[in-house]
Write a protein that binds this ligand. Structure first.
Ligand SMILES: CC/C=C\C/C=C\C/C=C\C/C=C\C/C=C\C/C=C/C=C/C(=O)SCCNC(=O)CCNC(=O)[C@H](O)C(C)(C)COP(=O)(O)OP(=O)(O)OC[C@H]1O[C@@H](n2cnc3c(N)ncnc32)[C@H](O)[C@@H]1OP(=O)(O)O
Ligand SMILES: Cc1cc2nc3c(=O)[nH]c(=O)nc-3n(C[C@H](O)[C@H](O)[C@H](O)COP(=O)(O)OP(=O)(O)OC[C@H]3O[C@@H](n4cnc5c(N)ncnc54)[C@H](O)[C@@H]3O)c2cc1C
Length: 672
């Protein structure tokens, strides 16, 4: 594999690490990309971005003012958008506009985020999923060609989670064959939509549909909000940016208020329901929640997105840990590389394993999603509830785990990890938002819990369950599992933990209703346990999927690659078994001796993986221009880069800042 040659000598410690690596890095890269041809395709697309000045920012993004950051991000988004439509989509195929490669290449342009991200990320998928064929023909080519730029405006100031509580109204007027969009209250302001504030000229709006005097619940509408020539907001539209936030600093999350704003009838997205010219409401969907389809799609894609973000953080922290030396172990001996500390390995190797676990699980989930879409095309919606339960818990757990692992990577880099130039704070604040958007962590786990409680009751009644919950058929009446210290044994124990927790929830709800509580209150009182049960289910799914997909995908691999991929998966199983010892003690016959043995094996495994650590992150094949990190570059010039970045601070533009003469000196002289 051609590695882009570093311009400088590689740090000697890092160079030695690469010599220690005992597996074929390219083979692992191909596995991560999904095949050799996919690696070639990714590199080709990255080359297009990098050959077009992707990473060239004279002043680092973080040193710009809010306005400058936004304007710079728009400039780069236009260069990027143009490359996407003219060159990159030609390589991926237009039907793969959502390819993770495009999203990842965007990182070569933006340390933070593109104001156009939600155009491709949510607006286009909504058109694809929610339009009739005629509407698709009208809107999709314009959107893909970026003649129109869109946002996804669902959340309001007063409601994000509870979609049925949204207050924006779309009232049909049959005389004019128009919908009137209106924001009746302060809490009905649309709030948060990415790109809505200043960039988008169109948006998809979720609103309560009224026709013939009756409310039919939330539906989607496409709305032009700005003049395409002047970009001025249209009369009846108040639109702007919501203000600075923890991350997403180069984008324009927006607010939007409608004042009796009229749109043609054809602008209701009518794939699943429509309003006839005379105002008659017709529902064609066989499932009530198909208008939520874009959210399911994004939840599915976020699992792969989390793998990517963990792999970036792990690459930075592991390369840095190979360069950084700290603390004498024995007098007069050289200070060890911090990567030699088992505590450091404990923080970091799980990140490598998790990136693989999420990547393989995301491919499996994507295939499941495609199968459900195919079923739905044939009119069968029976598989949707399982997909919703699965995508909800995997989105919740993968974003939450990614966030805590990325924070560990920052801790692992000590003070330098706190520098924006390390890129870790950007990665962290980007991922922090993912735990909330597209459905808050707790809320989504409670969605999965609804499915699990029903499944448990069906298992109790002797019904055969679908694949991801079929373990409930086997474990419904199991009390404590006999501990079996094999890999399959660990996976099984997680299924027993999940089954036990779900069973306990069902019992709590029944006990509470039996003592006179109504079902809603009994459910509410049990929600802390229900969240735990859904998380446990998700862990069982993740462990099982990672293990079985890893074995499948490495079947034809070389012995060394097989070995290291196997070691990572075992590390993942052991890490989680040790994290959940309380649950294991509760639901299996595991003994203190077994757990001590597991701990010992885990520590040995860290040592076995140690020589391959740098090779494993090199295999993520994240080019420096995508990583944007003073600590994580391929050549390991950590200290030189930190100094170079420090010199870019605008505060170093002159030797004395004017504030000295204006304020400090008068203070010193007692003249304030
Ligand atoms: C130039 C370009 C540069 C770069 C771009 C390049 C590439 C881009 C590519 C990719 C980008 C990738 C990522 C970026 C994406 C996003 C970035 C950031 C933006 C974020 C956007 C948002 O956040 S949009 C808003 C999202 N909002 C939510 O998620 C709200 C969460 N709430 C809900 O989902 C629901 O309200 C609820 C599920 C909590 C409850 O719904 P409700 O209607 O009240 O339903 P219930 O009555 O409770 O339930 C009834 C039954 O329906 C079932 N149900 C619920 N939801 C679904 C569903 N979605 N599907 C199927 N079934 C569902 C529910 O379980 C109930 O079932 P029962 O059987 O139990 O009755
Ligand atoms: C960076 C970012 C980008 C975003 N982009 C968009 C966008 O492009 N388009 C868009 O429409 N939206 C967007 N959002 C909004 C996002 O989807 C919502 O913030 C999210 O769905 C959470 O809803 P909320 O803010 O109303 O939180 P709330 O629902 O108010 O949550 C607050 C707390 O209450 C808890 N809670 C709420 N309901 C329940 C319940 N039923 N049971 C138990 N606990 C509960 C939650 O767990 C949480 O702890 C974005 C948000 C962020 C942060």
């Amino acid at each position: 594999m051609k590695i882009n040659k570093p311009k400088h000598d590689v740090n000697p410690d890092l160079a030695k690490e690469r010599l220690k690596c005992n597996f074929n890095i390219e083979e692992v890269t191909n596995i991560i990309d999904g095949g050799k041809d996919k690696t070639v395709q990714r590199k080709k697309i990255e080359d297009i971005a990098l050959n077009n000045g992707a990473s060239l920012d004279e002043v680092p993004e973080e040193c710009l003012s809010i306005k400058e950051r936004y304007e710079n991000a728009v400039r780069k988004s236009c260069v990027y958008g143009n490359l996407v439509r003219n060159e990159m989509l030609e390589i991926t195929g237009i039907e793969n506009f959502e390819s993770p490669v495009l999203r990842r290449t965007a990182d070569a342009f933006f340390k933070d985020i593109s104001p156009f991200m939600l155009h491709l990320g949510m607006f286009v998928p909504t058109l694809i999923g929610q339009c009739t064929p005629e509407q698709t023909a009208e809107w999709l080519p314009k959107a893909l060609d970026m003649q129109i730029i869109g946002a996804y405006a669902q959340t309001e100031l007063g409601h994000g989670t509870f979609i049925r509580g949204l207050e924006t109204t779309a009232t049909y007027n049959p005389e004019k064959e128009e919908f009137v969009l209106h924001s009746p209250t302060i809490t009905s302001y649309k709030w948060w939509a990415g790109g809505l504030g200043k960039t988008a000229n169109h948006c998809v709006v979720m609103a309560q549909l009224y026709t013939q005097g009756k409310c039919h619940g939330t539906h989607l509408f496409i709305v032009k909000i700005r003049d395409l020539d002047t970009h001025m907001p249209l009369p009846g539209i108040t639109v702007g940016e919501i203000g600075p936030r923890m991350g997403f600093s180069s984008a324009d999350n927006g607010f939007l208020r409608f004042d009796h704003f009229r749109i043609p009838r054809e602008n209701m997205l009518m794939k699943h329901a429509k309003v006839e010219k005379d105002g008659v409401y017709v529902k064609s969907a066989k499932h009530g929640k198909l208008t939520y389809g874009t959210m399911v799609f994004i939840r599915v894609t976020l699992v792969s997105e989390m793998s990517f973000n963990i792999s970036k953080a792990a690459t930075i922290a592991i390369r840095y840990s190979a360069v950084r030396r700290q603390t004498e172990l024995r007098p007069n001996e050289p200070e060890p590389q911090i990567l030699d500390y088992p505590t450091q390995q404990h923080k970091l190797f799980i990140c490598i394993a998790t990136a693989h676990a999420f990547q393989l699980t995301s491919c499996w989930l994507w295939n499941t999603f495609q199968a459900v879409l195919a079923d739905m095309k044939k009119g069968n919606v029976d598989t949707l509830p399982e997909l919703h339960a699965l995508s909800s818990c995997l989105k919740a757990v993968s974003t939450s785990d990614a966030l805590s692992h990325i924070e560990q990577c920052r801790f692992a880099c000590g003070g330098h990890g706190y520098m924006l130039s390390s890129n870790l704070p950007f990665i962290y604040s980007f991922v922090a938002a993912t735990r909330t958007y597209e459905g808050d962590y707790t809320v989504l786990l409670l969605q999965t819990a609804r499915f699990l409680v029903k499944a448990s009751e069906q298992a109790e009644a002797g019904k055969k369950l679908t694949q991801t919950v079929s373990y409930l058929n086997r474990t419904a009446n199991a009390d404590r599992l006999n501990w079996d210290n094999t890999h399959e044994g660990i996976i099984k124990s997680f299924q027993v933990i999940a089954a036990g927790k779900i069973g306990q929830c069902v019992k709590s709800i029944r006990d509470r209703t039996a003592s006179g509580m109504d079902y809603e209150d009994a459910w509410l009182m049990t929600t802390v346990q229900l969240v735990g049960a859904a998380e446990a289910h998700c862990r069982a799914v993740l462990l099982n999927t990672y293990w079985s997909e890893m074995r499948k995908i490495t079947e034809a691999s070389s012995a060394d690659v097989k070995k290291v991929m196997h070691q990572l998966a075992v590390l993942y199983l052991m890490y989680w078994a040790l994290e959940k010892t309380g649950d294991l003690l509760k639901y299996s016959s595991v003994s203190k001796k077994d757990l001590d043995e597991l701990q010992r094996r885990y520590e040995e495994l860290l040592a076995e993986l140690r020589p391959n650590a740098v090779g494993l992150v090199d295999a993520f094949d994240l080019r420096d221009e995508i990583l944007h990190s003073s600590l994580g570059s391929y050549d390991g010039r950590v200290y030189e880069r930190l100094i170079e970045e420090a010199h870019k601070s605008p505060l170093n533009d002159e030797p004395v800042n004017q504030s000295f003469h204006k304020y400090t000196k008068p203070l010193m002289l007692g003249k304030l």
